[in-house]
Design a protein around this ligand. Structure first.
Ligand SMILES: [Zn+2]
Length: 253
């Protein structure tokens, strides 16, 4: 059943798909398609965007689609593994729902309500697009690894200038997923193993991730790495009365 819905949505949207609209019409374009091409000029995926149920987000959706066209080949290269070919089409669809977004297989469903109040969150699109390329087998890897890798791609490669939140050493864990894990991965990669993410991605794709692999890759257990990472951070608001938290830049882009 789950598979039918996106297919249906695309079929319904197809007749509306428009190349540059004929002048003089007020018709809102609610479907957009593009092609992701790799560095050798080979088409690797068709990207389609369906805003038929959120026509006010047509322009946002088109930009999201263009981002996917640009970033799909980059993420595919960053998360390459022997014999793996990423899905050859990706669908983005906008629906009024809950939360931020969800990705199942090659279908990214974005909550239209979230976008309306977070109009600059392009990093979210990159995070979801990463899930399509990860193609990890369901239920075989810890969630913090899956989400940590997705946010690593977002932060380290798409938002390198974004502020890195400082974890609270008393509460935080490398298993917190998302940003906390991503920034930890970033640090391990920089400090101990430049190939860390490629290796983690390969084993996660095979469904054989084990935390012991950190010892194999870096010579340190993940707990030792986490302690070393915490120790490397400059003192923050938790260890003194002042606030050393860097000020968030006015603009993310
Ligand atoms: Zn995610």
């Amino acid at each position: 059943m789950k598979l039918l819905l996106p297919l249906l949505a695309v079929l319904l949207a197809a007749p509306l798909r428009a190349e540059p609209a004929a002048s003089g019409t007020n018709e809102t374009e609610t479907a957009w398609t593009g092609t992701a091409v790799n560095s050798e000029g080979k088409t690797i995926a068709k990207i389609s965007v369906d805003t038929s149920q959120a026509a006010d987000l047509a322009a946002w959706g088109k930009h999201a689609g263009e981002l996917c066209v640009e970033w799909y080949p980059k993420i595919a290269a960053l998360l390459a593994s022997d014999g793996f070919i990423p899905p050859d089409n990706v669908k983005l669809r906008f629906r009024d729902g809950r939360g931020v977004a969800a990705t199942g297989g090659n279908v990214i469903t974005i909550n239209a309500k979230f976008v309306r109040s977070n109009t600059n969150d392009w990093g979210m699109v990159i995070h979801e697009l990463t899930h399509v390329i990860q193609s990890y087998p369901g239920g075989r890897n810890p969630g913090w690894v899956v989400e940590g890798v997705a946010d690593y791609i977002r932060l380290t490669h798409f938002e390198p200038q974004a502020r890195r939140p400082r974890p609270n050493p008393e509460k935080a864990s490398y298993q917190d997923a998302y940003k906390t894990t991503a920034i930890f991965f970033e640090w391990v990669e920089k400090t101990h193993d430049a190939q860390l993410i490629k290796k983690l991605n390969r084993v996660a794709r095979e469904g054989s991730f084990q935390v012991e692999l950190f010892k194999e890759y870096t010579g340190r257990t993940i707990d030792e790495l986490w302690q070393e990472y915490l120790a490397s951070l400059s003192p923050g608001p938790n260890s003194s009365s002042g606030s050393n938290t860097p000020v968030r830049p006015a603009s993310k882009e």
